[in-house]
Design a protein around this ligand. Structure first.
Ligand code: NDP
Length: 332
């Protein structure tokens, strides 16, 4: 078969999403899932999906064209990406923005030595949002770029809410400020404070006998997490939490607004570019992006383009299952 053969490394939310996404891409096939846990204990989405131990990857398997790494950015990927790039083409979703340069260097060293191709830090942010920031900055050099996130479930802030005494369970959503977005869309190029950009909304199930007002105060005054924002706290039942808050929605906007002539005043010629995502499932969407970049990584490696890459280094046509000829006919 000439299909691109994919292995999934790490089987959490993202790993499950990749398994599902591969099923929607007929030019790709899944070799299996590789996990640090007992493979028997891992319940895959597909009945026929094979699960293997990580050590199965230690020998250079010749039935894998590219590995999609689905581990966590905090401690899994800094170790797994360089290790696997030493043997296989890889794609990862490393999202610790401040440490991407070090991650790139470590993966590049391994990939250059092994002759593999490694696309790091793809997904939507970093990933598709990064591309759109560069489009905006390059095309409209005079202007400002805005990224707004949400409405989205934030794992870190949800954990912080659950640590408040009196909270039995809860989730936190980040919302972009409508007023801020309207001002940006109107070409005002406003200076926005943290409080003006995003608001936070919590849905909390109280423990038996907990003081609701105390819980609310503890949440909204929490330094760093909530204090710099306008935060709303809703108290709900465990049933409502289970019914209405099980999804992992996310999304956001990248907006570039500037002037191409006439200076920066309101008399200037305004241009606004906007890119937006409204995602019912953050992991399923991120996984879909990773699968498209896995196709590109396999093709780049075949063409001899080795080393670490980011979304800035991958030509958009390589993401598509269509050939360059078909692309010119269909989409130009
Ligand atoms: P999870 O916590 O669901 O999974 C991370 C790893 O934990 C898995 O690879 C798995 O490794 C292990 N694991 C999963 N479930 C269990 C379990 N029940 N018990 C023990 N271990 C488990 O993380 P996500 O899949 O949600 O996210 C992964 C990363 O994706 C995030 O850290 C984030 O950095 C990145 N991301 C990037 C985005 C972007 O736009 N660039 C967007 C969204 C996420 P193993 O199978 O080896 O045990």
């Amino acid at each position: 078969s000439t299909r691109i053969r994919v292995g999934i490394v790490g089987y959490g939310n993202l790993g499950r999403g990749v398994e599902t996404a591969i099923g929607l891409n007929p030019d790709m096939e899944l070799v299996g899932v590789f996990t640090r846990r007992d493979p028997q204990s891992v319940q895959t989405v597909g009945e026929n999906t094979q699960a293997f131990t990580m050590s199965e990857l230690d020998r250079d398997r010749d039935d894998i064209d590219v590995l999609i790494l689905c581990g966590g950015s905090r401690s899994d990927l800094p170790e797994q990406s360089p290790a696997q790039a030493g043997r296989y083409n890889i794609v990862d979703s490393y999202d610790n923005h401040a440490h991407i340069p070090e991650h790139f260097a470590a993966v590049d060293a391994a990939a250059q030595t092994a002759g593999t191709t490694a696309v790091i830090s793809t997904g939507w942010d970093p990933g598709l949002f990064s591309l759109n920031r560069v489009f905006g900055e390059s095309i409209i050099p005079q202007g400002a770029t805005y990224t707004f996130w949400g409405r989205g479930l934030s794992q870190g802030h949800s954990d912080a809410v659950r640590r408040v005494p009196g909270v039995a369970a809860g989730v936190q959503y980040t919302l972009p400020s409508e007023t801020a977005i309207e001002r940006v869309r109107a070409g005002e190029n406003p200076e926005l404070s943290t409080r003006e950009r995003h608001t936070r909304e919590c849905f909390v199930v109280l423990e038996e006998g907990a003081d609701a007002e105390q819980v609310r105060t503890d949440i909204v005054t929490m330094p760093d997490y909530f204090e710099p924002y306008d935060t709303t706290v809703h108290f709900i039942t465990a049933e409502e939490l289970a019914r209405d808050h099980q999804g992992m929605p996310h999304g956001g906007f990248v907006i570039r607004s500037g002037q191409t002539s006439g200076g920066t005043t309101s008399e200037g010629t305004k241009q606004v570019i906007e890119y937006s995502l409204a995602l019912e499932s953050n992991p399923e969407f991120t996984a879909s992006v990773l699968v498209a970049y896995a196709r590109a990584a396999a093709r780049m490696n075949r063409a001899g383009d080795i080393g670490a890459k980011t979304v800035y280094d991958v030509a958009p046509g390589l993401l598509s299952p269509l050939s360059p000829e078909e692309l010119r006919k269909s989409y130009l």
